[in-house]
Design a protein around this ligand. Structure first.
Ligand SMILES: [Zn+2]
Length: 173
């Protein structure tokens, strides 16, 4: 079940903290998809969920329509979301290799495996240098995940937004 909503490039964060957001994730917001191993930006928000009730509610609130395939929605200028504190957004840096996850850090220290956690990872300090190294396949790419609820609709459950955009990683740095 997919709902597509016109444009904005990222969720607008209304508030941090305070809400009871620890709910089951019921859907995912996407603004891009992978085609031929390249990330392609979509002109619309795409919201995917297994729950037809959630799909209908998202479409009602945000002005999209639901079908069994991608549909273009109408409006809204942005998506207002509630993120539960700093823990609601995490930016990890990941480099995948033929044997799985080769380098997993926050840009400064390793986040995994457990034996390396907290040790300096050796990534460049400057975002521009990280990006250059990542493009050469030597250093990890950003992987940013936000768990949030739609503003004013806290009974519906939480949504996940995942981005591998350097722009989003820079915004959160
Ligand atoms: Zn690193």
């Amino acid at each position: 079940m997919t709902v597509a909503l016109e444009h904005p490039c990222k969720p607008e964060v209304l508030a941090l903290g305070g809400t009871s957001i620890r709910r089951e994730v019921v859907g995912q917001f996407q603004f891009g998809c992978v085609i031929d191993n390249r990330l392609v930006a979509l002109p619309d928000w795409r919201v995917t969920t297994d729950n037809s009730g959630v799909a209908a509610e998202v479409a009602r609130i945000l002005g999209g329509r639901t079908e069994s395939a991608l549909i273009n929605g109408s409006d809204p200028p942005s998506v207002q979301v509630i993120i539960d504190g700093p823990g609601g957004i995490a930016t990890h840096m990941k480099l995948w290799g033929s044997r799985g996850l080769m380098h997993h850090c926050d840009g400064v220290v390793f986040l995994s495996p457990d034996g390396d956690r907290g040790r300096p990872c050796g990534c460049p300090r400057l975002m521009a240098d990280r990006k250059e190294q990542a493009n050469l396949g030597r250093r990890p790419q950003p992987n940013r995940v936000a768990i949030f609820q739609l503003a004013g609709n806290y009974d519906m459950g939480a949504f996940r937004f995942q981005s591998t955009s350097w722009k989003h990683a820079e915004d959160s740095a």
